[in-house]
Design a protein around this ligand. Structure first.
Ligand SMILES: *[C@@H]1O[C@H](CO)[C@@H](O)[C@H](O)[C@H]1NC(C)=O
Ligand SMILES: *[C@@H]1O[C@H](CO)[C@@H](O)[C@H](O)[C@H]1NC(C)=O
Length: 307
């Protein structure tokens, strides 16, 4: 019997190693620290199913959009063109690479419906399936746009989502590539900046930030507030895959919300992973994950799926 059990366990472990456990995917933000390693290295870790390049913090209201990838590259003078091959290497591993617009610090605001339409066209032509003379990542075609809107007015992000969805559908007709629309609201429901946009029902994936918000984040040993907020989000957006957005270290969220990997596995995942539209976890950010080894500590917990 012992031998038989051992064989079964070994066979199960091999299956898990080969295919990933039925469990969660990890999405990570990359781009805001020059000490976090390259994009290709990030994808090469095997931890992540999605990587959001952060950020495009300046757009809308007639401003010339500005890409900011910290010390990774200087977008002026075509300095980020080298990322094209890194993006391709991520995509060849099946990892979705997104561009995140907005962020906690930035100058962005949509002035009108027409402005939202113009920004959508800009994003499509510059980073996705369209064409432009100015493509910072050259021929690389990203997998979608992430809205991390945290400052300014909430106006017209619904128009932006509708215009992007329209361009995605139109662009997809020519080929088989599909594009994603994702968003990173804060955990109080509804989100002050993204509520109207999310009401369109057009988002494929929503990674809710369960940090910096005492009213809905995890309190040590007590997932009660997190559970209430999680239930709001998963019920409100049945057609989206909902991810639990977390800081990858306590330094990543000095204002609170860090959940140690052991607590995540024992106390928090069981609260969220029964939802039909539970998708996985999002980590802010690759830098903190690298320093703290958060994803690495989750490996072997039987809850991992990078496919
Ligand atoms: C957990 O937190 C909730 C909300 O703050 C509170 O009402 C409840 O008493 C706490 N439970 C325990 C066991 O501390
Ligand atoms: C939910 O999480 C728990 C604890 O990590 C794990 O044991 C369980 O298999 C998970 N369930 C699903 C459906 O992923």
């Amino acid at each position: 019997m012992m031998a038989c059990n051992c064989n079964l366990v070994c066979a199960y472990l091999l299956l898990v190693l080969a295919h990933g456990a039925a469990g969660f995917k990890i999405g990570v933000y990359w781009g805001q620290s020059s000490d976090e390693g390259s994009l290709a290295t990030t994808c090469g870790t095997g931890y992540y199913a999605l990587v959001a390049m952060a950020f495009l913090p300046v757009f809308g209201s007639g401003q010339t959009p500005v890409l900011n990838l910290a010390g990774h590259c200087d977008p002026s003078g075509n300095g980020c063109a080298g990322l094209a091959s890194e993006i391709a290497s991520c995509q060849s591993r099946g990892i979705k690479v997104l561009l995140s617009i907005g962020g906690g610090v930035g100058s962005y605001k949509l002035a009108s419906t027409a402005d939202a339409q113009a920004v959508a066209s800009y994003l499509w032509n510059t980073f996705l399936g369209g064409t432009s003379r100015s493509r910072p990542f050259g021929d690389a075609v990203l997998d979608g746009i992430d809205l991390d809107i945290e400052v300014g007015s909430d106006d017209h992000y619904d128009d932006l989502a509708k215009n992007l969805a329209w361009l995605y559908n139109k662009g997809a007709k020519g080929g088989k590539k599909t594009f994603m629309l994702t968003a990173a609201p804060q955990c109080p429901y509804p989100d002050a900046s993204l509520g109207k946009a999310l009401d369109t029902g057009l988002f494929d994936l929503v990674w809710v930030q369960f940090y910096y918000q005492a009213s809905c984040q995890y309190a040590p040993g007590n997932a009660s507030n997190l559970r209430i907020a999680w239930e709001h989000w998963t019920r409100a957006l049945p057609s989206a895959s909902i991810f639990l957005g977390l800081p990858a270290s306590s330094d990543a969220a000095p204002a609170g919300g860090y959940i140690a990997p052991e607590d995540l596995v024992s106390r928090v995942l069981p609260v969220v992973n029964g939802s039909a539209n539970y998708g996985g976890i999002m980590l802010w950010s690759r830098y903190y994950d690298m320093v703290n080894g958060y994803s690495a500590k989750l490996l072997g917990k039987g809850t991992y799926d990078t496919s």
